[in-house]
Design a protein around this ligand. Structure first.
Ligand SMILES: Cc1cc2nc3c(=O)[nH]c(=O)nc-3n(C[C@H](O)[C@H](O)[C@H](O)COP(=O)(O)OP(=O)(O)OC[C@H]3O[C@@H](n4cnc5c(N)ncnc54)[C@H](O)[C@@H]3O)c2cc1C
Length: 476
């Protein structure tokens, strides 16, 4: 029998990780390795991972770091032989805009949730009401029944009150996901919070790391790569081509057809070609996946309910003489609906001090920083052209930072619909869809399902590769 044929739709990091796993991962290809074809709609692979040259340096346009304490991304980098390219984050800590000024966030937060009463009582960025709510959680915690799932907001509001929920916790969790705590599933987005709520008692105490967590304090929290996280797909594409993986860019998959009477059970169409396949990995956003296979099964159609938020990143270079940042830390967080001297509420949700995080970006002349705009319920950024958006964000930075005037250069990168929103019941919806997809020779990969982030997406792609291999009987 000829080699099995697997088609991977999408060319983001989850798709490329799937191709790496299908071609033997760290061990490399063998006689059992299938023919693998990756089809990516845009002109380059990488999806939300990309770099560009800005102000003479290579900067990331999407993800600019990945969690070091999750194994998936670090393992893949090592398998690719790129250990020497890992760059540890050089700074820690962050600031919160609150009650009209910047406050340094206390230590010991778990995804924005305080874990000791002392840390929050010393924090001047919340009022006596917030302090009182924290005291109540420590001394007489509210009872809460969370059932099969709950929103993050339901849990934090019941346990820690509205002020801590919206002014303290949401800027951090909502910032990472570009979503609202009242819409995001605790079980899928913040499983530790869900487990803590199920356990009952004080939320802060339940989230406190135990001595047995035994986290080695010298392990960095985040890594980047010497040429940016966006160089990871470039390295992967090079290595996959060496393994004879066919990589096609600039061609969208338009249909996935079942052909039970043909020699292959599936056919993957682009506008110009048809590739026969024994199995297909769909590593596309859930809405695209639904458009390709939703008609097969109601449980696959339900994937269309996983919608996504958009965001824009505005990167600036500014002469050191023209800017004053807070003395330490990697950036600042801004609660939604914060009023300022300009029109409407602030659009900026977070600011990242790029050259403090990543030493390779440092220069004596200027400072590089990046402002994030956009949430699931705030798409004002999409109504402004690049110049107007950069001007607006610059004005907001002048309001937020101790000193800011006349940035030298700016760069706007838009990410429409790039950040999936996991609603209550997400895990069950995905479980049902995965069980249904198996009947059609399809595996699901990507950040619509198993977690948003580079490590989770890599893990999702590798899992889909193992699933499809098992499904088609060892790809022989
Ligand atoms: C602005 C931003 C900042 C982020 N920052 C971080 C960070 O600092 N750290 C971190 O860990 N994570 C971060 N993330 C999240 C992380 O980048 C993503 O979770 C991850 O890259 C998603 O990979 P993916 O392969 O699942 O999806 P994607 O990267 O979205 O790839 C999907 C691909 O499918 C392609 N496609 C769509 N339709 C078709 C079709 N019909 N045919 C063929 N191809 C198609 C798309 O063009 C795209 O390339 C960030 C994300 C964004 C948007």
């Amino acid at each position: 029998m000829s080699r099995a044929s697997i088609v991977i739709v999408g060319g983001g990091v989850s798709a490329l990780a799937a191709a790496w796993e299908l071609t033997g991962g760290a061990d490399g290809p063998s006689e059992l390795t299938p023919r693998v074809e990756v089809i990516e709609a845009s002109v380059r692979c990488g999806g939300s991972l990309a770099t560009t040259t800005f102000s003479g340096r290579t900067v990331d346009l999407g993800a600019d770091g990945f969690l070091a304490r999750r194994p998936e991304a670090v393992s893949l980098v090592r398998e690719l032989g790129l250990d020497d390219q890992l760059e540890a984050i050089a700074e820690s800590g962050a600031w919160l805009w609150s009650r009209g000024q910047l406050h340094e966030l206390p230590k010991g937060l778990v995804l924005g949730v305080p874990t000791t009463l002392e840390s929050i009582l010393h924090f001047r960025g919340v009022s006596w009401r917030g302090h009182l709510a924290a005291k109540r959680d420590a001394l007489a915690p509210a009872r809460l029944h969370v059932g099969d799932d709950a929103t993050i907001g339901e849990i934090t509001r019941a346990k820690l009150g509205r002020e801590l929920s919206y002014q303290f916790i949401e800027p951090m969790i909502g910032g990472i996901q570009a979503g609202r705590i009242d819409e995001l599933s605790a079980k899928s987005v913040f499983p530790a919070l869900y487990a803590a709520a199920q356990k009952g008692g004080s939320l802060m105490r339940a989230l406190r790391p135990t001595n047995s967590s035994n986290v080695n304090d010298t392990t960095p929290v985040f890594y980047s790569l010497a040429d940016g996280v966006g160089s990871l797909p470039t390295h992967l594409v090079t290595r996959l081509k060496e393994r004879d993986v066919v990589i096609r860019t600039g061609v969208a998959v338009t249909a996935l057809r079942r052909t039970p009477a043909g020699s292959y059970p599936l056919e993957v169409d682009t506008f110009a070609t048809t590739t026969p396949a024994n199995g297909v990995i769909l590593a596309t956003p859930a809405t695209v996946t639904t458009s390709l296979i939703g008609s097969y099964d109601p449980d696959l159609d339900a994937l269309g309910r996983i919608d996504s938020a958009g965001a824009a990143m505005v990167t600036f270079s500014i002469l050191r003489a023209n800017v004053t940042l807070p003395p330490r830390g990697t950036g600042i967080l801004i609660p939604l609906g914060t009023q300022w001297s300009g029109e409407g509420s602030l659009m900026v949700t977070a600011v990242t001090f790029l050259d403090r995080k990543w030493p390779r970006l440092r220069s004596d002349e200027d400072v590089l920083l990046r402002a994030h705009v956009g949430r699931s319920d705030d798409a004002r950024w999409s109504e402004l052209d690049d110049d107007a958006l950069a001007r607006r964000v610059s004005d907001e930075l002048a309001f937020l930072l101790p000193k800011w005037s006349a940035p030298t250069d700016s760069l706007v990168q838009r990410w429409p619909l790039a950040l999936p929103q996991y609603r209550v019941g997400h895990d069950q919806l995905v479980d049902r869809a995965r069980r249904a997809s198996v009947h059609y020779g399809v595996a699901l990969a990507g950040n619509s399902y198993d977690g948003v982030g580079v490590p989770a997406s890599i893990g999702s792609g590798r899992r889909a590769a193992r699933d499809i291999t098992a499904l088609i009987g060892g790809a022989g």
